[in-house]
Design a protein around this ligand. Sequence first.
Ligand SMILES: Cc1cc2nc3c(=O)[nH]c(=O)nc-3n(C[C@H](O)[C@H](O)[C@H](O)COP(=O)(O)OP(=O)(O)OC[C@H]3O[C@@H](n4cnc5c(N)ncnc54)[C@H](O)[C@@H]3O)c2cc1C
Length: 464
Amino acid sequence: MVKSRSYLYCALATTLNIILNALTFKNFLWLEGRVRGGKFRNWARQFGYRPANFIEPETEEEIVNLVRNGRKIRFFGSGHSFNAGVVSDETLVSLDKYAGFVKKEGDFVTVKGGTRMRDVVKLLLDDYGLAFEALPSHDAQSIAGILSTNVHGTGRDWGFVGELVERLKIIDGKGEIHECGKTDDLFKAAIGGIGAVGIIVEVTVRTVPKFNVEQKFGLAPCDEVRNNLDTMLQDNHHLSLYIFPFATVCQVSIWNPTPNEKSFLNELREFIAISFDALNAAWFGNLMAYTGFLPWSNWTYGIKRGTNLVMESNKAFNRSIYHLHQELEFTVPYEDTWTVCDRLIKLYEDMYKQERLPYMLLEVRFTPDGHDNALIGAGRGRRSTWIDLICNDSRRFEKYYAAAEEIIKEIGARPHLGKYCESLDKDHLQTVHGASFERFLELMHEHDPEDKFANDFTRRMFRD
Ligand SMILES: Cc1cc2nc3c(=O)[nH]c(=O)nc-3n(C[C@H](O)[C@H](O)[C@H](O)COP(=O)(O)OP(=O)(O)OC[C@H]3O[C@@H](n4cnc5c(N)ncnc54)[C@H](O)[C@@H]3O)c2cc1C
């Protein structure tokens, strides 16, 4: 009974999101974090609470005063993270009204922290014919939320939105304004620091002239991918994998810049393809999972059709539509990719035999060495593989995630602090980030001496 309610909820919520998005010509997403009638809900509507105060400042001065006169404050962008980082002990602040263009100097464009990625992208393209060098998979988040959780994509030479950032303006817990650049430690603490050292209010990004990307999605035998992964990564600018339990095929997604013209009706075809994928995962994936047919589902992947489209780069990297789901993500050294993926797939398959879990897949992405601008970034200082456990449900994923977090602790994997992090804590971050974490804590105490930005989540992660 609980399973069927949860199945229907997930499928119907996904369907409604797609319908509303289509009817509003992609202007409205129902599944977004927002405050309505005094109640905050995150994008997955998995948790909600009533903040004591809710404020939407419109000027920098208002933000400074808010911090100077406030006691406990948390900021949120679009509530697209998967944990309670956005919950405030007292005052919840949205930067939705502190958004928009500030200035352009050469290739550098400055925007306010609350600006949504889809709006930054549109502004760059429509007004200046510019684009980001690359982007992660989704465009609804605020640019400050993206940087505060050190959002990554996948790439041979590129991996993080933070790498495209030249300068940040930060208001710290004392209400002081700091302008900092890539080499400043405060910059490195803010990128991935989930708001613990200050509020990101302005971001200056490096841009490139707009370009097209050839996007190819297709299925391949897992063994073939496993044997050729090094070469495939070398031959393509951006590559990611979907690995499915009980399956001998996996999905390979590839994006490469191209001089070719955009494909005919590329945006419509992309919208249909991603809507189909989301509906398929929500309705069919979970149906297979809950009825116990998942071990025999290998054949169903044969139905899945690949796509091959040339699109404008932002549209190819960033998608708007997605099914209602949960994510738990972490990094391991590239060399450990298959050992850890195999372990997590086996964990799911073993648990599934005991109890029907929701449908799950691993999204596997890759970032290069040399990412040194985030003190507690999961992809810091080494070539990394990102393993994202995507559970296609808004309920009943917790048992699998709890067991997966035990593996994360055992192998010393580094967590993505924008994703589900239920049992991980300060001791774990200390173990996986060492001296870099110590430096982060020093800066947090220096810039937020009265713990104004702390909440239960950051207390577990950063405080004793
Ligand atoms: C469908 C989907 C796809 C995703 N794809 C990716 C992906 O490809 N790669 C990836 O790495 N992650 C991805 N994520 C994770 C997620 O988008 C990010 O972690 C990001 O935080 C969300 O931005 P937001 O504006 O919604 O931030 P929120 O969820 O609102 O906030 C995130 C954290 O940052 C803090 N914060 C918010 N604004 C500020 C500010 N101005 N200053 C300081 N701190 C602030 C908040 O308090 C909170 O702790 C995805 C999530 C979803 C739902």
